[in-house]
Design a protein around this ligand. Structure first.
Ligand code: SF4
Ligand code: SF4
Length: 298
């Protein structure tokens, strides 16, 4: 693996413990004395800094990169073509076409079909790009404006911004849950993908979609089963699944209330409960994974 790789932590569904593992990975690397930058790519609900405890905002910039349709009623002939053409139900008809900006995807189709050229596309704010300082690493994240859809593009910008941080070292990307555009933007070009699953068929099914994305981009992958002791026998299914897909089985982490307590107390798990079962398991998993990473690099 290349020096200072980009590692993505992803899961097909929310609530699997993805941010717990991302934040733990950051604290683990910090403890090893390595430079690391975190990217919270869940721009609709960022919470990586909360999982890392005390944090301070050091910069915020507004990103203006989205478009919405705007109608010039002086030119509009009320023909209804835009209303019929919009595939996102973003145009309502109340005696005339009205664009609901929160639903507008900015695709420009209405502007294209309008015979009077009465619709223009206007640039609007996508969201904010924010850099936080934490004890362990700078964290780059974003906040998407309500109704804006360009989360994939914003994630791309976050990664670019993380790449410009001085002495950045390794980059840990906490992807959004699911398999949508921001997740694809998190995985493309990354060096390693850690897939987090719970011991349930549904979690494994959605993890399969993440693995498909990883395969598509030829990304090396490993899987961690979180809260495995809620359904211990399921771990064998995950091992088989991983083996069939040539994904490394990295290990399993037990359910541990200290994870929630650390979050509630705004402390990193490593600091809040250094000897808890989850901490010990994660350290074991990450030590083995890390040694391999550096072995391959040597
Ligand atoms: S730009 Fe696209 S989504 Fe927005 S109103 Fe026009 S057709 Fe609908
Ligand atoms: S397509 Fe153009 S002219 Fe027709 S209703 Fe829409 S804005 Fe008006």
């Amino acid at each position: 693996m290349k020096k200072n790789p980009e590692i993505v932590v992803a899961s097909g569904k929310g609530g699997t413990g993805k941010t717990t593992i991302s934040s733990f990975l950051i604290t683990f690397l910090w403890k090893k004395g390595l430079s690391v930058v975190g990217v919270d790519a869940d721009v609709e609900a960022p919470d990586l800094v909360i999982a890392l405890g005390d944090h301070r905002e050091v910069s915020r910039e507004t990103i203006i990169d989205s478009k919405v349709a705007v109608i010039d009623y002086n030119s509009c002939s009320n023909c209804g073509e835009c209303y019929k053409a919009c595939q996102f139900n973003a145009i309502e008809w109340v005696n005339k076409p009205i664009v609901i900006q929160e639903l507008c995807e900015g695709c420009g189709v209405c502007s294209y079909v309008c015979p009077e050229k009465a619709i223009k596309m206007k640039l609007v704010e996508t969201g904010d790009l924010i850099v936080y300082e934490t004890k362990y690493a700078p964290i780059v994240t974003g906040e998407l404006r309500i109704g804006r859809k360009h989360s994939g593009k914003l994630v791309e910008m976050l990664r670019e911004r993380a790449g410009k941080i001085k002495n950045k070292g390794l980059v840990i990307i906490d992807a959004a849950a699911g398999t949508g555009c921001p997740v694809i933007s998190s995985i493309v070009g990354a060096d390693y993908l850690i897939i987090v699953v719970e011991p349930t068929p549904q979690s494994l099914r959605t993890a399969g979609k993440i693995a498909d994305i990883g395969n598509f981009f030829n990304t090396a992958m490993g899987v961690v089963v979180n809260k495995y002791d809620l359904n211990p026998s399921f771990v064998q299914h995950v091992k088989k699944w991983a083996n069939e897909r040539k994904i490394e089985f990295l290990g399993q982490v037990p359910y541990d209330e200290n994870v929630v307590r650390a979050y509630v107390n705004a402390k990193s798990l490593l600091e809040y409960a250094p000897n808890s079962p989850a901490t010990k398991s994660l350290e074991k998993i990450l030590n083995a994974w890390f040694e391999k990473l550096f072995e391959e690099e040597a």
